[in-house]
Write a protein that binds this ligand. Sequence first.
Ligand code: GLN
Length: 492
Amino acid sequence: MTDLTNLTVAGIRDGHRAGEFTAVEVAEAFNANVANAKALNAFIVETPELALAAARQADADRAAGTLKPLSGVPLGMKDLFATKGVQTTAASKILEGFVPPYESSVSQKLWDAGAGMLGKLNLDQFAMGSSNETSAFGNVISPWRRTGSDTALAPGGSSGGSSAAIAARLCPAATGTDTGGSIRQPAAFTGISGIKPTYGRCSRWGIVAFASSLDQAGPMAQDVRDCAILLENMAGFDAKDGTSLDLPVPNWEAALSGDLKGKKVGIPKEYRIEGIDAEVDAMWEAGVAMLKDAGAEVVSISLPHTKYALGAYYIIAPAEASSNLARYDGVRYGLRDLPEGAGLQDMYAATRAAGFGPEVKRRIMIGTYVLSAGFYDAYYTQAQKVRTLISQDFMKAFEQCDVILTPTAPSAAFGLGEKNTDPLEMYLNDVFSVPASLAGLPAMSVPAAITKEGLPLGLHIIGKPFDEQGVLNAGLAIEQRAGFTAKPAKWW
Ligand code: GLN
């Protein structure tokens, strides 16, 4: 039998349906891969028994003729989604030992669709980071290596456990969340696909909040079709999230088409940033040719406020984080540090000092500073104005084009420890992903090239609000032409 862990979500779904293998065989195969890949540190909690229980149910459902859309498919769950009865930490010490008495809306939808859970995936602490190095549970190591080198590489962040686990075939697909690029950049670093849908498509209920006006869940998977399948089973209106979109969930998989005749693709000149990696630039050029080959017309567009996006994001996201993270005070969740004889304020301070990592503390301090009485207008109000201008740039651009093509990240994966001494250098990684987050637009990364050193690079497609289909179809057109088949060599 072929190695079941090489199958896509569609391959597992269809093969199980056709009786080529059982769901239990699939779950056992992935459980074995998870157990043999401790060196990658992709999981914080492994739940092989939950994957098996869902698989047994899927096999019974097949026998009874009651198959569901994701019957037989085991998934990895980013440890930012609350899972009932299974520890949920956001990769922070402050939540260590927290076992939610409820399930997030998105994970519940996936279980209702028949999927099973392989475990909770590591991430940057509270989803703050681009390399997974801010996790309190140790960094994830990418399964990829530069040719002829043993240097441990970052899997991207914050969904670095998700990206590494998929690339290493520890799970067929996984959930991610994206506040400023955390689905797309790790996907690009590890040669997989990932889509952040329009803000509001997926319920935020039960997802540990980072920056609520930006946070959005989405799937990460081996290919575009799998992203479409999973997104259909994650999206949908939820009365428990006040920003949830009350729109029907389209049948994205059925409408997949790599034929882009009649479509216009915009190339934003402001994304030609100085010092862009030559191989990234070449991939971008090649991507333009691929989309032309798929029938699209390519036009030059302008997004004039792009250069302010990163600055605005790193004001707005910390501001919202400082407010959201005020709830971790030692009273209600996880860690409590109550020094001998201490009062309530001392307990708050001791708990937060012991529980939050350095990057989280940095964001809380930046956030409280930009929201403070003397600086609110100069920073927060100004950043919100810039955010509006950035949204308007996109709306104007979309009068000329249907989707926008850019690189996902300015470079291939960097080595662990290479960028974590200077926070600004780390923040620069988000330069291409953050504008779409500020504007709430759907955007995806698809693998498009391999560098001379043997590392994947991703192309980034940004779409109009609610046009996930346009994004997925452009992604498919690239996937069909890029011929990206490289896999990490197994060293772990
Ligand atoms: N790297 C960005 C940050 O650190 C984005 C993180 C995310 O999307 N969750 O804020």
